[in-house]
Design a protein around this ligand. Structure first.
Ligand SMILES: Nc1ncnc2c1ncn2[C@@H]1O[C@H](COP(=O)(O)OP(=O)(O)OP(=O)(O)O)[C@@H](O)[C@H]1O
Ligand SMILES: [Mg+2]
Length: 390
């Protein structure tokens, strides 16, 4: 699914925070531009605060409409006065809300904006982003992300990138047996010149076709201060690749949060044991608190072998979330692949290779089993708060 880029035009911090949270809480991933002008200049969704000086808000809408003809522009006012609605419409707004907007009607408007962008403008190239997040260290997050990445590249023959987001010596490149010269840090420290050509220099290509933006070689980076740059990096990468996989490790920090916001699907990797289930519960709760949409989370049970320390049904009950896919425990096959730098898919027949193949085919054909989060078709409530003026 394509990710949308949102811009919030206001002088009021509460307004900005409120809509920032709303934009990030929907089933469609929206990354929010921090810079009012929007460096890449092409937001898909613009929210304009018209509660103060209505006349200058109307000129802003006109200017924004001229600069972004295909964008969805949402005007927000204190009251739904017919005159104001008309002015907003003439200036170029698509939707009109009274403050504060009802969440369901707002998400409905975001879905309409996304659908308009895809049908009217033609979809701009934008990646499907899959984030792999570990319920605990050692759960097999890197193993699944890397092997899925190889399969996506191999089967889809589309441009596919894996990003190693783990701070301090991530292992993605090692698992794939490639030697990177540059890392993610070179990308975030040079965002201003991160075009296709420069990116080509930074990534290493695996023989499967998978490109790798390798992990940092510094223990303290990417750190808390790099969250904004990481969000911007994902926005830029989404325009260069069709599939992006992110190995986000197992720690919640500003950088992994940026990856959760950008994700079409968040694969939460857990083992069938008590620490995994306890941490997975906490992470699911945290994801909900952060406003990243819970509908996008898929639980993967790795190293599943009989007898289960905790049976899968009990895990599902404890998490309140279904297990999306199960990978068997096969240390010999997995560690041989890991130590030789050859991905599982290329090592021949094994149950786990077949499971990965099945899992990846579902990703590539989401329609088949509804894997990658589709916009929720929830019944819109409180429609009276929204006056659709397009
Ligand atoms: N399905 C599996 N069966 C058996 N062993 C596995 C399986 N998946 C992963 N492993 C093994 O578990 C270990 C940890 O795997 P991996 O490095 O992928 O985990 P991780 O969650 O990325 O760890 P970290 O928190 O250090 O980043 C490795 O030795 C790997 O070979
Ligand atoms: Mg790892």
């Amino acid at each position: 699914m394509a990710q949308l880029v949102g811009l919030i035009v206001t002088e009021d911090d509460t307004f900005k925070k409120h809509f920032g949270r709303l934009l990030r809480a929907g089933a469609i991933p929206v990354s929010v531009l921090e810079d009012r002008t929007g460096r890449d200049g092409s937001p898909d969704l613009i929210i304009v605060d018209t509660r103060g000086d209505a006349a200058s808000a109307m000129s802003s809408i006109e200017r924004l409409r001229a600069g972004a003809p295909g964008a969805g522009i949402f005007a927000v006012a204190l009251v739904a006065e017919p005159d104001l609605i008309l002015q907003a419409m003439r200036a170029g707004a698509n939707e009109f809300f009274t403050w504060p907007p009802a969440e369901d009607t707002f998400h409905g408007a975001v879905r309409r904006a996304a659908a308009r962008r895809e049908t009217v403008q033609g979809a701009r190239a934008s990646a499907t982003t899959l984030v792999f997040f570990g319920a605990k260290g050692g759960a097999g997050t890197t193993t699944l992300a890397v092997n899925c990445g190889v399969e996506v590249a191999r089967l889809s023959k589309r441009s596919t990138l894996i990003v190693d987001l783990k701070p301090g010596l991530g292992e993605v490149a090692l698992f794939l047996g490639v030697r990177p010269r540059y890392s993610l840090l070179d990308a975030i420290d040079n965002l201003h010149r991160l075009d296709r050509e420069f990116l080509k220099e930074l990534v290493v290509k695996h023989k499967s076709g998978l490109e790798i933006l390798s992990g940092s070689d510094q223990f303290d980076r990417p750190g808390a201060a790099d969250g904004g740059a990481i969000e911007e990096l994902f926005r830029l990468l989404a325009r260069q690749y069709e599939y992006i996989l992110i190995d986000a490790g197992s720690q919640i920090n500003s950088c992994t949060v940026a990856s959760l916001y950008t994700a079409d699907t968040i694969f939460l990797v857990a083992n069938p044991d008590v620490p995994s289930v306890r941490n997975a519960q906490r992470l699911l709760e945290r994801v909900r608190q952060l406003g990243a949409c819970g509908e996008r989370v898929r639980v993967l049970l790795n190293r599943a072998a009989e007898p289960y320390p905790i049976p899968p049904k009990q895990i599902e009950g404890a998490l309140g979330h279904p297990i999306h896919h199960t990978f068997s425990s096969d240390y010999k096959t997995v560690s041989t692949a890991l130590n030789s730098g050859v991905p599982l898919a290329l090592t021949g027949n094994s149950d786990i290779a077949a499971q990965l193949d099945h899992f990846t085919r579902q990703i590539l054909d989401p329609g088949a089993e509804g894997l990658v989060a589709q916009p929720a078709r929830r019944k819109l409530a409180g429609l009276e708060r929204l006056v659709s003026i397009w």
